[in-house]
Design a binder for this molecule. Structure first.
Ligand code: UDP
Length: 406
């Protein structure tokens, strides 16, 4: 793991000094993160990078996960989809099982933190323990809350409002709820295996291993195989331009232990690819960070055609590598891309295809988008900014007056 001082050449001394200063103020308290998986997806990605750095700063931050069986994760995926506006039926029985598993976890997990930092809906009902044990509770929402199904939103709201505060990734997600809401965007770690500089040899060897031709343009989407990432829409956009530009498509991703839909989506993607040898469908095991890094760096254009997106770390990851990206204008993505300046925002398969053809045909324009994008990520979405925001959030829990004496 990198040390905090290694970020100074990237973000500057004053940013790192400020983090040290805030961390010093917060020493002595334990922050206990709880979510539903150690592996797969953006939440696990962020916690994996952030916790060691906070620990180095002297902040006692730890991470536990809730346990659940297949039935529970099928229900939480349904809840996840309903919160993303998908028309799906969640029955009272589903909600009973959801609450029962939360109660079991509330009994079994040692809730030792002074601050309980609960991520996403899966463990949300652990908050019921607050009446017995007190402590400070934060609910951190990483999902796209623009258009949730009202019934499930109301169900969750009764739990959310028991927390001290809620944290959302983008202003567009703030809701009519009765507790303070903070807006804290996620971040990427520029020194992780996924984002650090790579030698041309490393990139070449990964591309050889996946049998991807470096001579022709490469269009890539890195994402879990999830309907909401719209991999089939990506294939449709590719097919629209393939007759005009001889390019290859890479769809690479794995699953997450709390996402039971992955295999079903993967099958649909294979079917949609119709055996086209220029469509590379790559199922990545966990810890494929170097492979993802190399795939992103070798790409000519990166896509993120999500239908909903809490933030979309993959967008920041691509821009950090100065890659031109075409992404859907949904959820947290417009925070990262200013249309036609630091990337392209689209609303449809046709729009994606139109701009894909343009960027493949106009490499100078594509390059400019990538350069602007990198600057934007550097200024707004690196892990150091995220750590600072979290430290300020933790401090605010203990300084509820108007003036925070730092
Ligand atoms: N990712 C990964 N392996 C995969 C697919 C994705 O490590 O097979 C990473 C990806 O590079 C990014 C994170 O997982 O860092 C996904 O975060 P994002 O916010 O893009 O989407 P989420 O999966 O949380 O919906």
């Amino acid at each position: 793991m990198p040390e905090i001082k290694q970020y100074i050449p990237i973000v500057g001394q004053s940013v790192v000094d400020e983090i040290h200063f805030l961390a010093e103020k917060f020493k002595g308290k334990i922050v206990q993160n709880i979510n539903s998986t150690f592996v797969g997806g953006g939440v696990a990605e962020i916690l994996t990078r952030m916790i060691p750095l906070l620990q180095e700063l002297g902040v006692d931050v730890r991470w536990d996960i809730i346990k659940g069986n297949e039935k529970f994760f099928n229900i939480t995926k349904k809840i996840h989809n309903a919160l993303h506006g998908v028309n799906i039926q969640i029955t009272p029985k589903d909600l009973d099982v959801f609450l029962q598993v939360n109660q079991e976890n509330a009994r079994e997990i040692n809730l030792y933190g002074d601050v309980l930092f609960i991520h996403d809906p899966q463990p949300i009902a652990l908050i019921e323990k607050k009446k017995d044990i007190g402590k400070k509770w934060i609910w951190r929402c990483h999902i796209d809350f623009t258009n949730p199904q009202p019934e499930i939103m109301n169900f969750l709201k009764s739990y959310i409002e028991k927390y001290e505060c809620a944290v959302f990734s983008a202003p567009v997600f703030s809701r009519d709820i009765n507790i303070p809401q903070f807006l804290i965007a996620p971040s990427i770690d520029p020194l992780s295996d996924k984002n650090k500089e790579l030698s041309p040899e490393t990139i070449n060897s990964v591309m050889e291993c996946f049998k991807i031709d470096r001579e022709r343009p490469i269009v890539t989407q890195i994402s879990r195989f999830d309907y909401l990432k719209d991999p089939v829409g990506v294939i449709k956009a590719y097919k629209k331009i393939k007759t005009h530009v001889d390019c290859q498509l890479v769809l690479a991703g794995g699953g997450a232990t709390d996402d039971p839909e992955g295999m079903e989506v993967l099958e649909k993607v294979k079917y949609a690819a119709e055996g086209d040898p220029d469509i590379h469908i790559i199922f990545l095991p966990p810890s494929s960070d170097l492979e993802i890094n190399a795939l992103q760096r070798a790409s000519t254009v990166i896509l993120q055609k999500s239908l909903k997106e809490g933030f979309g770390l993959t967008v920041s990851e691509a821009l950090w590598k100065s890659k031109p990206i075409i992404a859907s204008a949904v959820g947290g993505i417009p925070l990262q891309i200013k249309h036609q300046y630091s990337g392209i925002l689209t609303h449809s398969i046709e729009g994606t295809a139109y701009y894909l053809k343009q960027l493949l045909n106009e490499p100078e324009y594509a390059k400019k988008l990538g350069i602007n994008g990198k600057e934007h990520i550097k200024n707004n979405f690196l892990i150091t900014r995220h750590i600072r925001d979290y430290l300020l959030l933790f401090l605010s829990l203990y300084n509820t007056g108007d003036i925070v004496h730092l």
